[in-house]
Design a protein around this ligand. Structure first.
Ligand code: NAD
Ligand code: USQ
Length: 407
């Protein structure tokens, strides 16, 4: 199959390109290197030393004999995207090319505008390119479990059957996102759903949970194929951050009470899920939603697991509660359905101490590259509300301390 991957230089996009190429598909990637640039502007970097995109592509060709085509440009430029789509005529498009960070979207008005503009306009351009040039193409779009927020009822896969005043309907599940980034994904979902209903496009919205992990089968084949691995306040996700913190002896930064529950998945399972979605396309006019995670944990449980795994390897791992920079529920009901990808054959890599230990070992090889000042959160959802009277950095407290819970 001819597959176009938007955001193909990113944490998930690059290993996906390798996996789908290894499976025999014809792959082209698009990226504008904004993720590399945002790090540069913030004086932060990936823990893993990542090669230039052109070099990675050459290394992969040398190993596999398969060439990945690349197009450098911004999908906010609709004419650029049209040209790529007309040139490559994809049968599936995997769309990762967005600003992926909740804290980044909450830094300032400019960051919020950049996030929603990048994400919403890029996806809107894509819908028009598909409509006008490849109307049969299957869009596989990376959404997020955070679109749903933390409602006090079970979270279904995209749609909820509702009875209201004696009438029934199957309607989109209510959305209560917790950041302006997560909201951008809600806007995307509505636009994609509209394009399926109105223009007859086909799409799968993958509402993905928090991803962890460093290696995939293909990136492990040569160190020059390694994907990026972030641990800073903006771009590092919880478990990845905790593993880096454990290795450098920084207290694990549990925000507030740590009862926040999220769906998590291994990066290897991201690839598996995307490959399953591509292999089983939605029907024309169908807008499909899959909840893409394999396990649910509280953040405190994740921290405890990293502490146990790290202690066994001889690290001195402390867990501390930091005043929560976000506005989110710290104790709540959470039960999300995730059967559709399992029904297609997903075989999850589950999280355990051994897996965390293998992450710690990889991280320890790069520990000299850790930029420690990038770890403590400085971005607050409501500026000025943390203890410390306006000091930009959150200060750690013991895990038993009370902190505000919000819903
Ligand atoms: P990433 O930042 O590493 O990858 C995104 C890539 O897209 C980057 O290489 C970036 O340069 C590129 N990009 C951004 N805007 C672009 C534009 N306008 N034009 C062209 N390229 C552009 O992020 P990631 O962690 O790999 O996430 C990929 C996708 O998956 C995102 O949409 C994110 O919201 C979603 N997601 C990620 C996670 C996670 O835990 N990493 C979880 C759920 C959903
Ligand atoms: N958290 C901590 N300490 C930290 C970092 C995070 O306690 O050092 C907490 C957060 O407060 C939050 C939870 O852990 O309650 C998850 O935070 P995160 O930064 O790991 O994930 P999030 O901001 O939700 O965003 C990440 C990805 C995003 C993706 C989302 C999936 O960056 O691209 O959409 O996970 S989900 O969370 O399911 O919406």
């Amino acid at each position: 199959m001819r597959i176009l991957i938007l955001g193909g230089d990113g944490y998930l996009g690059w290993p996906t390109a390798l996996r789908l190429s290894a499976s025999g598909h014809e792959i082209a990637v698009v990226d504008n290197f904004s993720r590399r640039r945002w790090h540069h502007e913030n004086s932060t970097d990936s823990l893993t030393p990542i090669a230039l995109l052109g070099d990675r592509i050459d290394v992969w060709e040398g190993l596999s004999g398969k060439r990945i085509e690349s197009f450098i440009g911004d999908i906010e430029d609709g004419e650029f995207l049209d040209r790529i789509v007309r040139t490559t005529l994809p049968e599936a498009i995997v769309h990762y090319g967005e600003q992926p960070s909740a804290p980044f979207s909450m830094v300032s008005r400019q960051h919020a505008v950049l996030t929603q503009q990048t994400n919403v306009i890029g996806t809107l351009n894509l819908l028009f390119s598909i409509r006008d040039h490849v109307p049969n193409c299957h869009l596989v779009k990376l959404g997020t479990m955070g679109e749903y927020g933390t409602p006090n009822i079970d979270i279904e896969e995209g749609f909820l059957e509702i009875e209201h005043k004696g009438r029934r309907d199957l309607l989109p599940f209510p959305k209560l996102p917790g950041s302006l980034y997560h909201l951008s994904k809600v806007h995307d979902s509505h636009n994609i759903h509209f394009a399926c209903r109105t223009w007859g496009l086909r799409a799968t919205d993958l509402n993905q949970g928090v991803v962890y992990g460093i290696e995939t089968e293909e990136t492990a084949a040569d160190e020059r194929l390694v994907t990026r691995f972030d641990y800073d306040e903006y771009f590092g996700t919880a478990l990845n951050r905790f593993c880096v913190q454990a290795v450098i002896g920084h207290p694990l930064t549990v925000y507030g009470r740590g009862g926040q529950t999220r769906g998590l998945l291994n990066i290897r399972d991201t690839l598996q899920c995307v490959e399953l979605a591509v292999a089983h396309p939605a029907k024309l006019s169908e807008f499909r939603v899959f909840n893409q995670f394999t396990q649910q944990f509280t953040i405190a449980e994740v921290a405890e697991l990293v502490q146990r795994a790290g202690t066994e390897l001889g690290y001195d791992v402390r867990v501390q509660s930091f005043p929560n920079p976000r506005v989110e529920a710290e104790e709540h009901y959470y039960n999300a359905v995730n059967t559709k990808l399992h029904d297609l054959g997903l075989q999850p890599h589950l999280l355990d101490e051994q897996l965390v230990q293998s992450m710690l070992e990889t991280i320890s090889r790069h520990r000299d590259r850790v930029i420690a000042r990038a770890i403590v959160p400085r971005t607050r959802w409501r500026p000025g509300e943390l203890p410390g009277g306006g000091h930009p950095a959150a200060t750690p407290e013991t895990l038993s301390d009370e902190s505000s819970a919000a819903r």
